[in-house]
Design a protein around this ligand. Sequence first.
Ligand code: UDX
Length: 456
Amino acid sequence: MELQQHVLVVPCPAQGHVTPLIKLAYNLAYHGIKVTFANSEYIEAKVLAVISDVDREQCPITLVAYSDGLDSHPEQRYGQGLMDGLKKYMPANLEKLIKQINHSDNKEPLTCVIADLTVGWSLEVARKMGLKQVAVWPAGPGCLALALRIPKLIKEGVIDEYGSAIQDELICISEEIPGLKSSELTWNRSGDSAGQKFLFDIALATKQAAESASIILCNTCDEIDSSSCALVPNILPIGPLPAMKNLNPSIGTFSSQDSSCLSWLDKQPSNSVIYIAFGSTALFSQKQFDEIALGLELSGQLFLWVVRSNIVNRSSAEFPDGFLERTSSRGKIVEWAPQEKVLAHTSVSCFVSHCGWNSTMEGVSHGQPFLCWPYFWDQFQNKSYICDAWKVGLELKYDEDGIISRHEIKTKIDQLLTDDGIKANALKLMGDARKSVNEGGSSYQNFESLIKYLKA
Ligand code: UDX
């Protein structure tokens, strides 16, 4: 009897990384690969706390956990402390976990580790233990191409050794992909040198891991993004993952999804609801939060708004006086939505997004026009793809006080909803993305070759 190939999937311990790797893991299992998914214990507790009974019963992958070594230093679970801590404790703990799995499952031992490039040390552990290694890059290929280009940018005097732009010119890494303002560099943190160092170090570590990876899976496709894919050696685009095999597990989310918004959407007219969600990490000041609320009110549109419990400076938001009463008949607010099902719903007319890569691919897969509100890291570059390369969205602009005003929000919503060109582009892009993951498409074929490689 043929033994099943057994793969260990290792994400970076953050929502925007666990989500796409869970989707990848489900797709591998669907193709007959045995998958064990290794979260840190800290993240696994969050995942298990909200998993639905149905998803738990039907889960085709095995969830395991290992220590991140930070239980006695919980304050280090953010920023620089997290990356340092992970590098210090997790490689040895991962090695121990692999040995344990192989000891208890000696009939089908692990043959491969598939790991997030952000935790590139996992691939080193696999190499040392004689296992195959496959890297995954959960953000866009342009962001990875930028990291790979760092030495050249330093040599050409475009940025200094700390990543700061030397001149205030558009930074172009290829003629075909959108240039970046210095303030839009992935690691840019004007006035916050510790924050910039943290993000620049991640970019450098990612670059190093990418250079030694022989396969880098990426949640994009050649049909929509060939120019940036061409800049990353060994890239294997297999996305957009959300559209693949129509799988949408609630496993892997850290907050429980409020499905009441789906029945609410069912009652709204087609193409009438603005969906607003800013991913798992974006934070706002109370003043900015008020402007979002008042902008939605001013727009006069129906809206579904995801308001995380920590969205205002890590604590709960206060809505402007009377806002909830005034908008109760046309607005729905949830703490966490089943986002892909929302974006697939015919009542949704557009997506106000922070442009995280997962949200970007999910919006693209469902033909949604975007109103872009990037917050940090790759999100400015993703915004440039949306607005300048694909022309499927508009950007919200800050006023001189550093706020996106209610009037800007209303004006851009009006503009977006009446722009037939943007809607047509979004539908065309959706078609291209879907073609890629359908039988015969480039991502489909790349996924087949990944399965062959894993089974070889
Ligand atoms: C982070 C970074 O911010 C992002 O830029 C990077 O590309 C990936 O890592 P995050 O900010 O969480 O991710 O954004 P995003 O990449 O969009 O991922 C959010 C995920 O959460 C998406 O898959 C989305 O479907 C899901 N989500 C979001 C929900 O399921 N429900 C919600 O209410 C909101």
